[in-house]
Ligand binder design. Structure first.
Ligand code: ASP
Length: 319
């Protein structure tokens, strides 16, 4: 069954990803204009519901919707009926009863938006579900890479850090391998997935940051997801930085035109050195900027062109 919404990269066709990137390129120049407001989504209402902290994603979804002329409402778990014990499905059904045109949601449980999409008619956009997927992050990352490289095919992309607990890594893995990039995953043993080959034969794994970075076109650093596993996976921030933090000397092994990425929030001195984060080849703020263009593209395609993706049908019971 296909349904309007954006739940993840895994089930998207290459053509759909391409469609979002093309549309995002159309919106990119808007960021530099003084008058940024369009009327593409005039009369539409978008609800953002965030059960987990967010700075970049929440703000940029909201700005994207507003730049397209939509009305927005933002709810965080604190201060909503979640505090009063309401179930996720009841809360979302309540919001859907107010007839928004889309619901953008972030939740700490992997699969939460997929579950809701089976019940709700309102299109759902996944703004991050647990350690599962963060589709708009992978889309904005692809757009940022393509601002610097002609194509994704054949690029060597090193993803370094807490891979297992990262929805950013997972969505990027799906996207990058669909487009033929070579992905090297690197991190301490408890943070590296065992079964990574399932993505593609183009994915490899190493425990050594120097090996991951050698010949890399793109270095994507990840934050240690302490909120998903406490501090138990890491000996100390200093020790983590010593073995897995990106430092200036590492860059010598990368390609001379390699770019450094990070989805944010960055922890300087833990996963990335300040001297690297602030280099001209660090595109971290370009990622943030592209987040708006990508989210405008997603909202536009979803609400004006019926962008849809496959979702699992509800199990029929009691027959
Ligand atoms: N902001 C990204 C996310 O929500 C990355 C992170 O938090 O580390 O997944």
């Amino acid at each position: 069954m296909h349904k309007r919404g954006l739940l993840g990269i895994e089930s998207l066709a290459i053509e759909q990803i391409q469609q979002v990137l093309d549309r995002a390129r159309f919106y990119q120049p808007l960021q530099a204009r003084t008058g940024k407001k369009l009327d593409t989504l005039l009369g539409k209402t978008i609800i953002h519901i965030f059960y987990e902290s967010s700075t970049r994603t929440r703000t940029s979804f909201e700005i994207a919707a507003k730049r397209l002329g939509a009305d927005t409402v933002t709810i965080t778990a604190k201060g909503s009926s979640v505090d009063k014990g309401e179930s996720l499905l009841d809360t979302l059904n309540t919001l859907a009863a107010m007839r928004p045109d889309a619901i953008v949601m972030r939740h700490s449980a992997s699969g939460a938006p997929h579950f809701l999409a089976r019940y709700l008619e309102t299109p759902i956009i996944n703004a991050g579900d647990g350690s599962h997927e963060h589709p708009t992050q992978a889309l904005l990352d692809a757009l940022t890479i393509l601002d610097h490289k002609p194509t994704l095919a054949g690029l060597r992309v090193a993803i370094i850090g807490d891979i297992v607990h990262s929805r950013v890594a997972r969505s990027n893995l799906h996207l990058l391998t669909k487009f033929g990039a070579q992905v090297v995953l690197c991190g301490p043993p408890p943070m590296l997935p065992q079964a990574f080959e399932c993505f593609s034969p183009n994915v490899s794994r190493t425990f050594h940051i120097e090996e991951a970075i050698t010949g890399a076109d793109v270095i994507m650093m990840l934050r240690v997801q302490l909120e998903r596993h406490g501090a138990s996976f890491v000996a100390s921030p200093n020790e983590y930085f010593r073995f897995y933090g990106l430092q200036l000397e590492h860059l010598q092994a990368a390609r001379p035109d390699a770019i450094v990425m990070h989805p944010g929030p960055i922890n300087r001195g833990r996963e990335i050195g300040s001297e690297v984060a602030d280099l001209p080849r660090s595109v971290i703020l370009n990622q943030v900027e592209n987040g708006i263009a990508v989210r405008m593209a997603v909202l536009d395609l979803l609400l004006t062109r019926n962008f849809s993706q496959p979702i699992e049908e509800l199990q029929k019971t009691g027959t």
